[in-house]
Structures are given as structure tokens and as C-alpha cells.
Design a protein around this ligand. Structure first.
Ligand code: ZN
Length: 89
């Protein structure tokens, strides 16, 4: 089974870092940094902004910076960025 990752920033999804849907249930697509209560936290963000934001979020939660950079290297290939429409799925 492939490890699940946030479809917006690429960080591994595990319990405690999952975003929340509008009804408060845990999202299985996005992390808490990207998605809260059914909406993206930064709906207008570009890939580069998201990458920076993700690195910051991960290092703040204890990730080594090099690892955060590695994880976010492919941010632009994630499902969220494959179409120009960034509205809530
Ligand atoms: Zn995320």
C-alpha cells in the first residue's frame, strides 16, 4: 500500500496532521497545513508559495530542513496543481 500524502504539499498524511472537511471529519487527501474545515488555507497560493509554506510548516513541526525540501521538491506534480482550478474539490 502506497503511503498517503497530502495532495497539496506532499507531506505524509498520518493521524494528527490530516486536514478537516467542512463537517469536521479528517480528510484523507490534505494535511492540516493546507486544508481546514473544508477549505484550503491558502486558496490563491502558487506552487512556489505552497512549497515555502510547507517547508516552514514542516520545520516548525520538527522536520529537518533538508527533508522538508526533499518532500516538497515535487509539490508541483501533486493533484492539487494539475489543474488551474484551485477551488475546493
Ligand atoms: Zn498539505
Amino acid at each position: 500500500m502506497a503511503r498517503q500524502m497530502c495532495e497539496s504539499c506532499g507531506m505524509p498524511l498520518k493521524d494528527g496532521v490530516r486536514g478537516t472537511d467542512a463537517d469536521g471529519s479528517a480528510s484523507d487527501r490534505y494535511c492540516v497545513h493546507c486544508y481546514k474545515e473544508g477549505a484550503f488555507t491558502a486558496p490563491d497560493a502558487t506552487v512556489d508559495e505552497m512549497r515555502k509554506y510547507s517547508i516552514q510548516g514542516m520545520t516548525e513541526s520538527g522536520w529537518p530542513r533538508f527533508l522538508a525540501k526533499f518532500v516538497t521538491k515535487n509539490t508541483g506534480r501533486l493533484p492539487r496543481w494539475q489543474k488551474s482550478d484551485t477551488s475546493v474539490p
